[in-house]
Write a protein that binds this ligand. Structure first.
Ligand SMILES: Nc1ncnc2c1ncn2[C@@H]1O[C@H](COP(=O)(O)OP(=O)(O)OP(=O)(O)O)[C@@H](O)[C@H]1O
Length: 280
């Protein structure tokens, strides 16, 4: 028979265990999520950064833009990266997008360790897996919308008629089917950003990285761009990671990652399910 003291001791132990589990859950929500624990990402890792650093030589000194960041982008998730100016957000995005390589640490994209790849292989991997949207659109000014969007397919060796057809379909998907032959200067900022999104999507990447996608847009155009990114995530399962200074844009994302002084200061984790989660 269990004595009253034994019972009290067991109860106390259970309470301590529960407290510990709750603390562990809170800690994991504030750091890189444990892929096997609560708050696990919705799918396998599309990008995995482990202890990544990036330093820049600047004259005689070295700037440590990232000082050991571990961060996983899961298939189909929707995350916002926030943080003060100069904290390392763009540097992180450029690494995640294979536009740059880490100084140290491990970065895997689609399961491949980027350190093992030649520049050409890295470019191929980027072209296949990742679409990138920049704040300043970065379209070719003399080319039409459809030619801008078709460009990534040229690098993949897709034949001209198919390039055009797929580019036109991508422009339709961002509601620009009526602007195929317009050049960037003949379009609004919001339309140009939608062309840039179509260009990022035409190769059907698994991940879309967007660095301040609404930064150059007024609120109406910014809202339209956000609606399109959210729809691409929820209907096509494209993982979206964006950098933003806009609290409203960040607040719509299910996962928030705050960067400060080259470190991830807070990561709410991907959580179950996909897509933008709050504020809808
Ligand atoms: N090419 C470079 N050469 C030297 N230093 C750089 C270079 N690029 C970035 N840095 C430095 O690295 C740090 C992080 O820069 P980064 O552009 O990643 O910040 P950020 O958070 O994106 O800033 P912002 O919100 O202003 O765009 C800053 O101190 C910046 O000055």
């Amino acid at each position: 028979m269990t004595s009253r003291t034994d019972q009290q001791r067991d109860d106390q132990q259970r309470d301590q265990q529960r407290d510990q589990q709750r603390d562990d859950r809170q800690e994991s929500a504030l750091s890189t999520p444990d892929p096997t624990g609560p708050g696990a990402p919705p799918g396998p890792a599309a990008i995995e950064a482990v202890g990544v650093t990036r330093s820049y030589r600047f004259g005689d000194s070295t700037v440590e833009a990232l000082r050991g960041v571990s961060f996983t982008v899961a298939e189909g998730e929707y995350a916002a990266i926030v943080g003060p100016s100069g904290s390392g957000k763009s540097t992180l995005m450029h690494l995640l997008g294979c536009l740059d390589r880490p100084t140290s640490g491990t970065l895997r994209v689609g399961g491949r360790d980027v350190a093992q790849l030649s520049d050409g292989e890295l470019a191929d991997l980027r072209n296949r897996e990742i679409g990138f949207v920049f704040q300043a659109f970065q379209l070719l000014p003399r080319s039409s919308a459809v030619d801008n969007v078709a460009l990534p397919l040229l690098y993949r060796g897709v034949k001209a008629p198919q390039r055009r057809a797929r580019a036109a379909a991508a422009l339709e998907a961002v509601n620009l089917g009526h602007r195929l032959t317009h050049r960037p200067s003949q379009m609004s900022g919001g339309e140009q950003q939608r062309v840039a999104i179509a260009r990022a999507l035409v190769g059907e990447p698994r991940i879309l990285l967007a660095d301040e996608p609404t930064g150059n847009l007024d609120s109406r155009n910014g809202a339209e761009v956000m609606r399109i990114l959210e729809e691409l995530n929820s209907t096509r399962g494209v993982a979206v990671v964006l950098v933003t200074h806009d609290d409203e844009v960040a607040g719509r994302a299910r996962r928030q990652v705050r960067v400060r002084d080259g470190l991830v200061e807070l990561d709410t984790g991907a959580g179950p399910g996909t897509g933008p989660g709050v504020g809808r």
